[in-house]
Design a protein around this ligand. Sequence first.
Ligand code: AMP
Length: 178
Amino acid sequence: MSSTRPTVAEIERAIRTIPDFPNPGIQFKDITPLLADARLFAGAIDLLTERFEPGSVDAVVGIDARGFIFAAAAAVRLRAGFVPVRKKGKLPYLTHEQDYALEYGHATVAIHVDALKPGSRVLLIDDLLATGGTAAAAVQLVRKLGAQILEAGFLIELKFLHGRDQLSDIPIRSLVEY
Ligand code: AMP
């Protein structure tokens, strides 16, 4: 394994677009080729966490399900805890829930009521920012627990969907933009 850090262009080349998955009209961004490449995966985690020193973040909150992969790796690198925001009905203990709108219908995400201490410093991570509904719901859950979001990080941002408008009061870091 080479130790040179990959460029964003190399990371972008490892993301595969699958047309009409899982529904017609969706251009699905498949990150599995990137994850399978040790250098690119480590480089993506380095880029997502480079603004923070180990110990400067208390918890990395990851969003169900692909967000867990990046958030857990970022948490280990930053010597921070990992906290999952999951789809409703998956977490076993007491939860707070947050509804959000989808193109058709709505969805609900949840967090354990004791997952974060008030005042704790949180980095929020997901694989992809699209309309921003999922991330905005996760932000509300983190804030319900009294924690402070330092930054929201995404491997991919679909700029044309303007998801950042839903996260306007949070610094956003995205690596690859479409
Ligand atoms: P949104 O709430 O619209 O910002 O959608 C973000 C969530 O949906 C993320 O957790 C992504 O994993 C997933 N997602 C949305 N659009 C795509 C896409 N084109 N390719 C892959 N994942 C997507």
